[in-house]
Write a protein that binds this ligand. Structure first.
Ligand code: PLP
Length: 400
């Protein structure tokens, strides 16, 4: 055995530019959230940590607007929360309807394929939303046990209309799974009122928090489905029967109902949870409580409308035409706007100009929208008038 210096590079403590992150996420950390990342580490069986966990779960219920007992943060990216839903709610050969009209709804579909579902994929042109008629027709045709959709599609800037979707799914004995990664904490969403069975988001978008910690909630019906599976969840790390024994052991998940045991059972170690990310998430949620969700939603809406007006002054247009909030059809997602790149403009050059000269990051399109749109996120702490003003003036410079 001989010791090697092969990979021993000489470098120094990291110094990164300070960017204004106005793309599809991550967005900038709120300073108070940032501070929590450096709070002192404690063990995962410390009583103080248990209090942090309990408070975080309760604050997440406020975020989701739910009474769901099973409301926990997943240690991982938004995609890990997505996979928690897919892996727990789907057994091989289960019938599933996947509504697909963008990059992330397609990701859900691809995951469901890997877990052996019998899938009806309802494909619509990117940038579209699904009507209640289309959804009912898919439910009638396929008779699924799960329907999946994305509420705020970050690749297209479209918001799916939710009123009535949950009722329809339940009428056909089907659970409803909704991706809220780009919207929750920025755009009104009501898990209980909209009868959503499985829902998740990520820390790094409208919560102004770090990536890698992802709130998730399951209805009792979803828990029951998991508790009565014939096969174990094929993903050990994301198995919510096991995760529940650490996060909410008083919940008798195996029977799919809440049993208040006194004293509550001991929490069982599952994995070492990322304590600092949980401290940060808790602080993001406290910020939401302090401002009030209704005010947070109004602030995001005002910033988006200011953005639309600014774009218009530059001769630019949001890709999504429908602005009507109460429209049956869906509409623009206030937290993420896709902007059509005009003929003859080099979209990449504009993004580079903003980054090099103003330290502002916006993103280009992905998948079917590559080269066609810019994506501008006004999420969480970043959704404010001065950021919009700065972006519009920087874009005006870039387009000269
Ligand atoms: N779903 C949507 C709508 C998203 O915008 C994203 C990320 O941009 C994800 C899921 C995946 O989240 P993550 O990148 O944190 O895994």
């Amino acid at each position: 055995m001989s010791y090697s210096d092969k990979h021993k590079i000489k470098t120094c403590t990291m110094q990164l530019p300070v960017r204004l992150l106005l793309g599809p996420g991550p967005s900038n950390l709120h300073p108070r959230v940032n501070q929590q990342l450096t709070s002192s580490m404690i063990g995962y069986t410390d009583a103080n940590y248990y209090t942090v966990m309990d408070e975080t779960m309760e604050l997440m219920r406020y975020l989701f607007q739910t009474d769901n007992h099973f409301t926990i943060p997943i240690s991982g990216a938004g995609t890990a929360a997505m996979e928690t839903c897919v892996s727990n709610l789907i057994e091989p050969n289960d019938k599933v309807v996947c509504l697909v009209s963008g990059f992330f709804s397609d990701r859900i579909y691809q995951m469901a394929v890997r877990y052996g579902a019998n899938i009806l994929k309802v494909d619509k042109q990117w940038g579209s939303w699904f009507s209640l008629e289309e959804i009912e027709s898919a439910l009638q045709t396929h008779k699924p046990s799960l329907l999946t959709l994305v509420f705020g599609e970050t690749s297209t800037g479209v918001k799916q209309q939710m009123e009535g979707v949950g009722e329809l799914c339940h009428k056909y004995n089907c659970l409803l799974m909704v991706d809220c990664v780009a919207a929750l904490g920025g755009v009104p969403f009501f898990v209980d009122q909209w009868k959503v069975d499985a829902c998740y988001t990520g820390g790094q978008k409208c919560l102004s928090g770090p990536p890698g910690i992802s709130p998730l909630t399951f209805s009792d019906a979803a828990c029951k489905k998991i508790a009565t599976r014939k096969t174990p969840v094929a993903n050990w790390y994301l198995d919510t029967l096991l995760l529940g024994q650490y996060w909410c052991p008083e919940y008798n998940f195996a029977d799919g109902k809440v049993v208040k045991s006194d004293p509550p059972p001991m929490r069982k170690y599952h994995h070492t949870t990322p304590a600092n990310l949980i401290y940060a998430l808790r602080e993001s949620l406290i910020l939401l409580v302090e401002e009030g969700l209704d005010n947070v939603w109004a602030r995001h809406q005002a910033a988006a409308i200011q953005l639309y007006q600014g774009l218009e002054s530059l001769g630019l247009k949001p890709f999504v035409n429908e602005l009507n909030e109460s429209s049956e059809k869906g509409g623009r997602l206030f937290s993420l706007t896709t902007v059509t790149i005009p003929e003859g403009v080099d979209g990449k050059m504009v993004m580079k100009y903003l980054l090099d000269n103003f330290n502002i990051e916006i993103a280009g399109g992905i998948g079917a929208f590559a080269g066609k749109v810019w994506r501008v996120g006004l999420m969480g702490f970043n959704a404010n008038p001065s950021n919009v003003k700065l972006l519009i003036s920087a874009m005006s410079d870039a387009l000269k």
